[in-house]
Structures are given as C-alpha cells and as structure tokens.
Design a protein around this ligand. Structure first.
Ligand SMILES: *[C@@H]1O[C@H](CO)[C@@H](O)[C@H](O)[C@H]1NC(C)=O
Ligand SMILES: *[C@@H]1O[C@H](CO)[C@@H](O)[C@H](O)[C@H]1NC(C)=O
Ligand SMILES: *[C@@H]1O[C@H](CO)[C@@H](O)[C@H](O)[C@H]1NC(C)=O
Ligand SMILES: *[C@@H]1O[C@H](CO)[C@@H](O)[C@H](O)[C@H]1NC(C)=O
Ligand SMILES: *[C@@H]1O[C@H](CO)[C@@H](O)[C@H](O)[C@H]1NC(C)=O
Ligand SMILES: *[C@@H]1O[C@H](CO)[C@@H](O)[C@H](O)[C@H]1NC(C)=O
Ligand SMILES: *[C@@H]1O[C@H](CO)[C@@H](O)[C@H](O)[C@H]1NC(C)=O
Ligand SMILES: *[C@@H]1O[C@H](CO)[C@@H](O)[C@H](O)[C@H]1NC(C)=O
Ligand SMILES: *[C@@H]1O[C@H](CO)[C@@H](O)[C@H](O)[C@H]1NC(C)=O
Ligand SMILES: *[C@@H]1O[C@H](CO)[C@@H](O)[C@H](O)[C@H]1NC(C)=O
Length: 493
C-alpha cells in the first residue's frame, strides 16, 4: 500500500525486541542442552536407520491401501514371474495367471493383483469369473511394437477393419464369450502407449486397423471401475455385443489432439449398460454408442439399447462429448444421458448417421447437460458419409425420432443447435424443454434446423428455429410450425 511506503514499517519497530528474544533463547542452558541432544540423537538415527528412507517408507505404507479380497482366491502377478520394471515383458505372467484363474470358475473365480510397478505386456485375454485388480501405482503398459499384436478377423457387424479392409489388430486386454469380469483397483493405470501407433497411422505405415485398449466381446456381467485408462492406440474401451455392463469411477485420458480415434468408451451392440461418475478427456468422441456399419451392421442386426450415462465430465476438442453413431446400423434406442458437463469441446452431443446405414436412433433422452466453451452444442448430422465399401445400399435410410433435450444450459457456445435432417432422413418428434445457452456469436442462424419436426416447451434460449411447434410451459400449443422442412444450416460458423 502507498501509505506503508511513506511511513516507517511496523517491522522496523519490532526488530530490537526480536533480537533480545533470540539472545535469551540461546543463553538459556536448558534450551541449548535440548537442541544439542536432538542433534545428537538425529545423527545416530540417520546413521543407523537411514532416516530419510525410513520416513518415505512410512509415508508409502500409509498411502498404499491394502488390496481387498474380492474373490475366494487371490493371486499376485509376481507369483507367475511378473517383473514390474517397465522393461521385462510380462505377457506370459499374465497368461499363466489367467490360466490359473480359468480353473477356478466353479469356486467363485479368482483375483489377480497387479502391484505397484510398470508391467510391460503384449495383448492377453481375460477369462470368466476373473477380477483384475490394479493397485495404486500399478501401470500395465502395452508394448508399442505391432509385431506383438495378434491379428483378428473383422467384427462381423463391420465386415472389415474400421481403417483397413481385412483383419484388425486385437486389443491389449481382450475377452470373448465370457461372464462375470471385473477390472478395478485403487486407480492403477492401463496405458496403451499409443504415441507410436498414432504416428504410424498418420504416416500411413500400418496395414491393419489399430487395436483398442480394452475390448470385450459377446460377454455379460462386466464391471469396470476405479482405474485410469490412457493413451489407447485406438478406441479406449470397446464392449462389443455385451450385456449388463457397468463402468464407473473411471478416468480416461488421451491427448486432446493428434491422438486419432482415441474414443473413450464405445458401447457397440450392447444392452443394459450404465456409465457413471467418470472423467473422460480424449482425442475423439468421449463416448460413442454404435451398432455396426452399413450392410454388415444391418445383417448382424444387434442394437445398442437400455444405456444410461450420467454424472460425467467430458472433453473432446476434435469430435464430440457424447455421440451416437456414426455406425448405428443395428439400431440405437432407449438411451438416457444426464448430468453431464461438456467443456472445451468441438461439439457437445451429436447423433451422426448417413444414407446406407439403415437402422434407427430413437427414444433418446438428454437431461441436465452443461456446455462450457463448446463450438456446437446439440448436433444431428445425417450425411456422415464414411462407408466400408461401395456395396452399401443408399436406399437403407436410418430412422431418427423421439429425441428430447431437457434442462440444457451453458455458456460460450457458438452454435447451440444444428439439426440437419434431409428429405431422405427427416428428424421426427424432437422435444426441447427448458434450455438456456449463452452464445458467443451473432444472433442469426444459431438455432439451425433442416427437416425437423417437433416442439419447444416453455422457455428456450436462444429463440428456436421456425421448424418447431411452440408450446407454453403447461404444454398448451401456442403456435404450430408451418415450415418443418425449412432449411437453415450454415457450417461456416
Ligand atoms: C506381490 O508380490 C510382491 C513381490 O513379492 C510384493 O512386494 C507385494 O507386496 C505382493 N502384493 C500382494 C498384494 O500380495
Ligand atoms: C485370445 O482369445 C481369442 C479369441 O478367443 C483367440 O483367438 C486367441 O488365440 C486368444 N489368445 C491367446 C493368447 O490365448
Ligand atoms: C486417478 O488417476 C488419474 C490419473 O493420474 C487422476 O487424474 C485422477 O484424479 C485419479 N482419480 C482419483 C479418484 O484419485
Ligand atoms: C505393411 O506392408 C508393407 C508391404 O507388405 C510392409 O513393407 C510393411 O512392413 C508393413 N507394415 C507393417 C507395420 O506391418
Ligand atoms: C449384472 O452384473 C453384475 C456384476 O457386474 C451382477 O452382480 C448382476 O447380478 C448382473 N445383473 C443381472 C440382471 O444379471
Ligand atoms: C472408487 O472410487 C470412488 C470415487 O473416487 C470411491 O468412492 C470408492 O471408494 C472407490 N472404490 C474403491 C474400491 O477404491
Ligand atoms: C430403458 O433403459 C433403462 C436403463 O437405462 C431400463 O431401466 C429401462 O427398463 C429401459 N426401458 C425399456 C422400455 O426397455
Ligand atoms: C446437473 O448436473 C450437474 C453436473 O453437471 C450436477 O452437479 C447437478 O447436481 C445436476 N442437477 C440436477 C438437478 O440433477
Ligand atoms: C415423442 O417422443 C417422446 C419422447 O421424447 C415420447 O414420449 C412421445 O410418445 C413421442 N411422441 C410420439 C407421437 O411418438
Ligand atoms: C417434409 O419432408 C418430409 C420428408 O421428406 C415429407 O414426408 C413431408 O411431406 C414434408 N412436409 C411438407 C409440409 O412438405
């Protein structure tokens, strides 16, 4: 403060008194004796016990939580020759452990503890009735040399790899036709070391589609919780044609740019799934609900349904927070997305599809979403034209209907709504209720619609497009739209 600069400081006044106190302290014999005694004792302690090391070990023990016993039989990865030095390859240790657990199914299964350390491994399979438990400080590291990654046939509902025709790399942690799988821990990490993969992908050096970090196929009763997944080569967590899956208390991370296709969670032809209480920040969609690709997905015919997503914080600078599609040919229905914060993202919630996909997206409920600094908030895109090959049927048009957006709030949004239906793929029965999104751009063309039929109930800001019917808060019709097929789409901003 200016006053203190001109007047003498209070500190100046106290100085003589301070000096007097210090002098008194050191002339007191008893204090001096105590100080000397402490110094002498500490040197002996340090000499004998290496005090510093002991201290940090005490702290560590205090921090390291004991791993709970979640199955009748518990193994330690080191029992199978595992070495957590970040260099030794632990594939065989994991395989031996899984083999031992596979014999315990009738006795309630087995738990594999992965202690603190860096456990490098090539891809390995899980077995039924297995709990993989990652201690605090445990890191499973995926080897980044593709020669160690087995090739697998394409997913039947995709017909080919997502990036190359023909086979695809399997996932780091893989499972097929299993029941009762738990992957959990004290926030240990599965790290896919995707950097090398992303680089090779960008340089077009790979001949096959990259592998996911964790992929579980044709399985049921799956719980994945309390761990961190990071830097997947490709999609991070991919449950395929599975039933009864819970994913909670997860952290899923990848760089927000230059980490191509590192989707967080991709439920694919899955049923009865809960995703909650998690943080996802990745290089593509945080979540993308799928169900197969064009003619292959149509003939496989397995929808994703009964999916509940809640209490998440997500970020996707490249794509969207929560997506449905674009591969949705088996259909997607009965999805609820609520209490989600989407921040610093390109898009918040997006449904993407194209002619040729067939299938449907219906009975989708979005509730209590917050957008913070996102470019486009609510998106429906019907010309997402990526196809497996030229054999798709352009007449197989998806049906989009019964989609509601309630309690949508936010700030720093450029285009709050862009619902781009077409004469082939109109969007039917869309409901907006209680929406107020702070905008950062000019006020025209920010609630963009084309070929949309539906209604707005109560207060919606910014002003809705003319395609929608207006209802008051008592759900009484105020104005019926005369222009459901009006088109006001502008991708320039
Ligand atoms: C696993 O084995 C290692 C090495 O023997 C040991 O340090 C660690 O405490 C063990 N962990 C558990 C949970 O048994
Ligand atoms: C993992 O499971 C897949 C599918 O069942 C199988 O093809 C593959 O051989 C298994 N890998 C190992 C190492 O057991
Ligand atoms: C788990 O670890 C991740 C990555 O280190 C961290 O961001 C997250 O906050 C941790 N979660 C908990 C619950 O400690
Ligand atoms: C891809 O195929 C080419 C030509 O057969 C081969 O030279 C190259 O090593 C392969 N790359 C990888 C990563 O397998
Ligand atoms: C779903 O799986 C959990 C284990 O993750 C299990 O406890 C539960 O009984 C299963 N629910 C049904 C309906 O099978
Ligand atoms: C999982 O994480 C949640 C939230 O951080 C915590 O409340 C819970 O105790 C954790 N569970 C275990 C087994 O550590
Ligand atoms: C919709 O999904 C929820 C789970 O999110 C489930 O509880 C409910 O029964 C499903 N509704 C129908 C009609 O299947
Ligand atoms: C809405 O979601 C936020 C998290 O984004 C949560 O904190 C809040 O409690 C939710 N509100 C309601 C009414 O559930
Ligand atoms: C419109 O969709 C809502 C769900 O958003 C549903 O409850 C309602 O029955 C649908 N209306 C018609 C006419 O299908
Ligand atoms: C709007 O487009 C849909 C789908 O192409 C069509 O079925 C409907 O008749 C059109 N409505 C009007 C008023 O032109």
């Amino acid at each position: 403060m200016v006053e203190n600069l001109t007047s003498p400081t209070p500190l100046h006044h106290t100085r003589p008194e301070f000096r007097k106190r210090v002098t008194t302290f050191f002339t007191s014999h008893r204090t001096l004796f105590t100080v000397l005694w402490i110094i002498a004792f500490s040197s002996v302690f340090v000499w004998q016990n290496n005090f510093v090391d002991q201290f940090s070990i005490f702290r560590k023990l205090d921090r390291m939580r004991e791993m709970p016993k979640l199955r009748p039989v518990v193994f330690n990865l080191t029992d199978f020759g595992g070495v957590g030095d970040g260099v030794s390859l632990n594939t065989e240790a994991f395989e031996r452990a899984v083999f031992a657990i596979s014999k315990l199914g009738k006795k309630g299964g087995g738990q594999l503890n992965v202690p603190a350390g860096k456990w490098l491994t090539a891809p390995f399979n899980l077995t039924s009735h297995m709990t993989l438990f990652l201690a605090e400080g445990a890191v499973i590291l995926g080897i980044d040399d593709e020669k160690y990654w087995p090739l697998m046939p394409p997913l039947p509902s995709y017909g080919c790899g997502r990036e190359h025709p023909g086979p695809r790399y399997g996932s780091l942690i893989h499972g097929q036709n299993l029941r009762d799988i738990v992957i959990t821990g004290h926030n240990g990490t599965i790290n896919g070391q995707g950097q090398a993969w992303w680089k090779k992908y960008r340089r077009k050096l790979l001949n096959y589609t990259r592998g996911p970090l964790v992929q579980i196929m044709w399985s049921s009763d799956i719980l994945i919780s309390n761990i961190t997944l990071r830097d997947s080569p490709f999609w991070t967590l991919h449950p395929y044609d599975c039933k009864n899956i819970t994913i909670r208390d997860m952290t899923i991370l990848a760089p927000i740019s230059e980490a191509p296709n590192t989707d967080g969670i991709d439920p694919d032809s899955c049923e009865d799934m809960l995703i909650e209480d998690s943080y996802i920040s990745v290089g593509d969609d945080a979540i993308a609900i799928k169900s197969g690709w064009d003619q292959y997905g149509i003939s496989y015919g397995r929808p994703s349904k009964n999916i509940h997503i809640r209490n998440l914080v997500v970020r996707s600078m490249v794509s969207a927070g929560i997506s449905i599609g674009s591969e949705m040919s088996g259909g997607v229905s009965n999805v609820t997305v609520e209490n989600v914060l989407i921040w610093d993202s390109r898009r918040a919630v997006r449904i993407k599809t194209a002619a040729g996909r067939g299938g449907y997206v219906k009975d989708i409920t979005y509730r209590n979403l917050t957008f913070e600094n996102v470019r486009v908030g609510i998106v429906i895109k019907t010309d997402y034209n990526e196809h497996p090959n030229g054999d798709f049927d352009p007449k197989a048009v998806p049906v989009l209907q019964d989609i509601s957006y309630t309690c949508i709030h936010g700030e720093g949004v450029r285009v709050p709504v862009r619902i781009h239906g077409s004469s082939d793929i109109p969007v039917r029965n869309v409901t907006f209720r209680d929406m107020s999104v702070g905008i950062t751009y000019k006020k025209k063309h920010i609630f963009q619609c084309a070929y949309v039929e539906g209604r707005v109930i109560g207060s919606v800001y910014p002003a809705p497009c003319e395609n929608l019917d207006l209802y008051d808060e008592h759900e009484q019709l105020v104005t019926k739209s005369a222009f459901q097929n009006a088109s006001d789409i502008d991708y320039d901003f």
